[in-house]
Design a binder for this molecule. Structure first.
Ligand code: UDP
Length: 236
């Protein structure tokens, strides 16, 4: 096991809410502690934060809002998660920078890829917020894009309460079977919903591995960055 030098960690909004709307600060603190430990060990960590614990554009659209405006609300929600995570990682003694795809100078730097890479090289955890700044995208797709642009070696997809990728939703179907490994094409052909298809095809086209693992189990971030076989790997 060689371990990674630079990783992109995707944290879904569900994780921040501990399964509820809003923020579960105990959960965020526990994840921040793990991230700080990994960063202190010398691994460079970039993070893309989701926002489903506040708003999902598609859900607001179903309730009558215009989709693009609803998506902007979704993106703004991710920034609140970024600030909470930043706070707790810094309480654990590691420097961080938040960069957002929608400019908001009082709270975060704008997304500047070369500057993000400099921060990573200096050992700062870089947290990317506001998605791509574009409606109709997801933070999964942004995770793949940011990983590619900041030259991360892997996307670590941290999930709330599920160990990896299953053949059906394990919350709905107790007989769901987890995959050890899948190719990008198998993932896409099965129409699996645990990440959106755009993110997986972007990873496929650029040969970037994705590892899906359970954030609700303590210590999994540290294990994933060492390259230990954990969860489900989606690769060529
Ligand atoms: N969003 C968007 N463009 C982006 C990223 C996110 O419009 O580039 C919006 C979209 O409405 C989405 C919401 O932000 O539903 C929250 O992001 P996402 O659903 O990806 O978060 P997660 O599922 O990881 O919690």
């Amino acid at each position: 096991m060689t371990g990674y030098k630079r990783v992109l960690l995707k944290l879904s909004g569900e994780v921040f809410g501990g399964g509820q709307v809003g923020l579960d600060l105990d959960v965020i603190n526990a994840i921040a502690a793990e991230i700080a430990e990994v960063a202190r060990s010398g691994v460079q960590v970039a993070i893309v934060v989701g926002g489903g614990n506040f708003f999902r554009g598609a859900e607001l659209q179903q309730r009558g809002m215009e989709r693009a405006r609803a998506d902007y609300m979704g993106m703004l929600g991710t920034v609140m998660n970024c600030l909470a995570l930043q706070d707790f990682i810094e309480k654990h003694g590691v420097e961080t920078r938040v960069q957002t795809a929608i400019t908001m100078g009082q709270v975060a730097e704008p997304y500047i890829p070369r500057r993000a890479i400099r921060h990573l090289e200096k050992g700062r955890v870089v947290i990317f917020g506001a998605g791509a700044g574009m409606p109709f995208f997801s933070t999964d797709t942004v995770a793949a894009q940011r990983a590619l642009e900041t030259r991360c070696e892997v996307i670590l997809m941290g999930k709330q309460g599920v160990d990896g990728v299953y053949d059906s939703d394990p919350h709905q179907n107790p007989a769901a079977v987890m995959f050890d490994a899948l190719t990008y094409d198998e993932f896409l052909a099965r129409g699996l919903k645990v990440a959106d298809a755009t993110s997986v095809s972007l990873a496929r086209d650029n040969d970037l591995d994705m590892v899906f693992f359970n954030l609700s189990t303590a210590g999994t971030i540290g294990r994933a960055v060492t390259g230990e076989k954990i969860g489900t790997t989606v690769s060529r």
